[in-house]
Design a binder for this molecule. Structure first.
Ligand code: URA
Ligand code: SF4
Length: 220
């Protein structure tokens, strides 16, 4: 049974004076801010250059990411890298992370079936995102799918309705006070896993690339 107790949250595990992403990553490896650390293999922190101008925020690590300890190394990650290239974004200018940093799953026999994180996990894990933004100070925050949108843009934000639109940041943020990044923009688009599941995969992929081209144009 899922616990009904509210998680304590990640805040107390975040080093207050971190100057490097590596310090955050090392601290996040010991996070017990919600119960997801118990069953997952390891924390999957963000990765990319410290001077990256573009930050992608996904949902949570999947099965492959949980085992390898790196975000977006499975099928969704391959698709996302293709889309980044096809949109004309510079892959070396990208940092990629997730709204929730442990894999949430349900065991069916020996299979681990992905379960979306709930609002309590999203809230518990947000301090890590806040700490990543504070160090990265990106020029563009790209929100991938509904979970990241809930974490960053609020529960009433609808990706399907508002995707592909540039939004001033932190004005668009659900908790602007948490994100000490100024003169940034955000843009939401569908999650690469949704492209993989789409009936018309080509059309869904083109939609993702078209949204990313909006970000590319804004950055150039
Ligand atoms: N999907 C995500 O949202 N994040 C990952 O790291 C992998 C798949
Ligand atoms: Fe900490 Fe986030 Fe993992 Fe929960 S999901 S234990 S808050 S790192």
């Amino acid at each position: 049974m899922p616990s009904t107790e509210a998680p304590i949250g990640a805040q107390q595990f975040v080093p207050p004076d971190a100057h490097e992403l590596a310090e955050l990553k090392a601290a996040a490896a010991h996070c017990e801010g919600c119960e997801l650390y118990r069953d997952a293999t390891q924390t999957v922190f963000g990765r990319g250059a410290a001077d990256a101008r573009i930050v992608f925020v996904g949902e949570q690590p999947g099965d492959v990411e949980d085992q390898q300890g790196l975000p977006f190394v499975g099928p969704a990650g391959r698709l996302l890298r293709d889309a980044v290239d096809d949109a004309g974004l510079d892959a070396s200018d990208v940092y990629i992370t997730n709204a929730v940093k442990h894999f949430r799953f349900e065991l069916r026999g020996k299979r681990r079936i992905h379960q979306s994180p709930g609002p309590a996990h999203i809230t518990a894990c947000r301090p890590w995102l806040v700490s990543e933004f504070a160090l990265l100070k990106p020029d563009m925050i790209i929100v991938l799918g509904a979970t990241a949108a809930k974490a960053l843009l609020g529960p009433s934000f609808r990706v399907t309705r508002s995707r592909g639109q540039l939004m001033p940041w932190p004005a668009a943020a659900h908790h602007p006070e948490d994100f000490p990044v100024t003169e940034t923009q955000a843009l939401a688009t569908i999650h690469p896993s949704a492209v993989l599941r789409a009936d018309d995969r080509d059309a869904a992929y083109k939609g993702l690339v078209d949204d990313l081209k909006v970000a590319a144009a804004a950055l150039s």
